[in-house]
Write a protein that binds this ligand. Structure first.
Ligand code: ADP
Ligand code: TPP
Ligand code: MG
Ligand code: MG
Ligand code: MG
Length: 341
């Protein structure tokens, strides 16, 4: 078998392995490949199912996250996948695999953060599993959400004539992570880390309200949450929709904190914005005719909404238009758990 990256692996393990009839009988309206599966429920409603794990050394280190932050973020990352379908998160199952260094008190603090997130987003924690582990902590969350039947917003709805939007800025989490790692290595020029960047990394704020607005108005046509990076998620929408997305560099939101921190660190803010990941904001598309109304609605609700590009006729893919108006293909770059296969 040729080397496979993360996404090719998932496909190779799961594609064409179950008869359509079985999936239909199980009420699977949308299976593997989107932010959450969509399963038929009582008349008028559907269930949304998603799972995401966090692993010590891969997603966090003692130096980057407090225990409570790990619990908070493990659930928030799942809430974000439900938001990315336009749904509401409801019930969570939590699995913890704990090595000796993680005693009961440390895991108790992890649960302080997890329940803080659960209570904030109205999620009932209803079970899970606990095991020992040899070396590193793993926390896996399975989250169930609900959505009005037939209304979940998929990655595959992008069409020419749409605008491309973000429900929040990207790049802050990666910048925060960079600062925390530099600080832990005793780098001399880090200074005081901007609190907003550290907060973005440790306690992401999934866009549940934004997802609901996009569904309730029927104005959200495609949606994906940004976990691996803006470029990677834009490619997922492009591929699922068979559409060409053009992102405009000059329209990408960049906060003052991010710009000044990047320049103080000798880093390109654009790299964090496009490829950093763990932003847990929503990237989506909507009919261009709805742009003004959407902007007004989000303003009224006090929520951010950034138009960052357009969907055009052409070969499916993602282009970046530079500030000088030059267009170039945007690489798929972003976080990949098995980049070389
Ligand atoms: N080991 C696995 N077995 C079956 N399905 C998987 C597995 N890993 C991921 N998936 C599915 O593949 C799709 C892509 O996963 P992922 O990139 O993790 O999505 P997301 O970035 O939204 O969390 C999702 O629909 C997910 O449910
Ligand atoms: C110590 C450390 N190194 C690197 C990262 C960056 N990082 C780890 S996983 C990841 C991508 C998102 O996680 P993933 O498990 O791919 O979530 P999913 O796409 O399934 O939602 C990123 C950017 C980090 N958070 N901490
Ligand atoms: Mg997702
Ligand atoms: Mg995932
Ligand atoms: Mg990922």
């Amino acid at each position: 078998m040729p080397p496979l990256d993360e996404f090719a692996r998932i496909r190779s393990w799961t594609e064409h392995r179950q008869p359509k009839a079985l999936l239909e009988k199980a009420g699977v309206s949308l299976g593997i490949g989107d932010d959450a599966a969509v399963i038929d429920g009582a008349p008028g409603m559907q269930w949304l199912l998603s799972a995401d794990a966090m692993v010590e050394r891969v997603h966090f280190l003692d130096e980057t996250m407090e225990e409570a932050d790990i619990g908070y973020k493990a659930l928030a990352a799942n809430v974000s996948d439900i938001a990315a379908m336009g749904g509401l998160p409801k019930h969570a199952l939590i699995s913890v695999c704990a090595p000796p260094a993680w005693n009961a008190m440390r895991i108790g603090r992890l649960y302080d953060g997890l329940y803080a997130c659960a209570n904030k987003y109205g999620v009932a924690v209803v079970g899970g599993d606990t095991t020992s582990a040899p070396e590193h902590l793993v926390i896996s969350v399975t989250l169930v959400g609900v959505v009005e039947a037939g209304r979940a917003i998929k990655r595959s709805g992008a069409k020419p004539g749409h605008i491309v939007f973000l429900t929040g800025p990207t790049g802050l989490s990666a910048a925060g992570l960079h600062g925390l790692l530099m600080q832990s290595r005793g780098a001399p020029n880090v200074g005081t880390l901007p609190a907003r960047l550290v907060q973005a990394h440790r306690r992401p704020a999934p866009s549940v309200k934004a997802g609901r607005l996009l569904l309730e108005t029927s104005w959200g046509e495609s949606l994906n949450d940004v976990s691996d990076g803006l470029a990677s998620e834009a490619w997922e929408i492009a591929e699922a929709s068979g559409a060409k997305l053009v992102l405009r560099e000059s329209a990408l939101p960049i906060s003052g904190e991010l710009a000044s921190f990047a320049s103080a660190q000798g880093k390109r803010a654009l790299d964090w914005i496009l490829y950093g990941g763990e932003d847990y904001v929503l990237l989506g598309t909507a009919d261009g005719n709805r742009q003004v109304a959407l902007q007004a609605l989000f303003r009224e609700e006090g929520l951010p909404f950034f138009v960052i590009g357009e969907v055009e006729e052409g070969t499916p893919g993602v282009m970046l238009e530079t500030a000088f108006g030059v267009r170039k293909p945007l690489g798929k770059g972003g976080y990949n758990h098995f980049p070389e296969g």
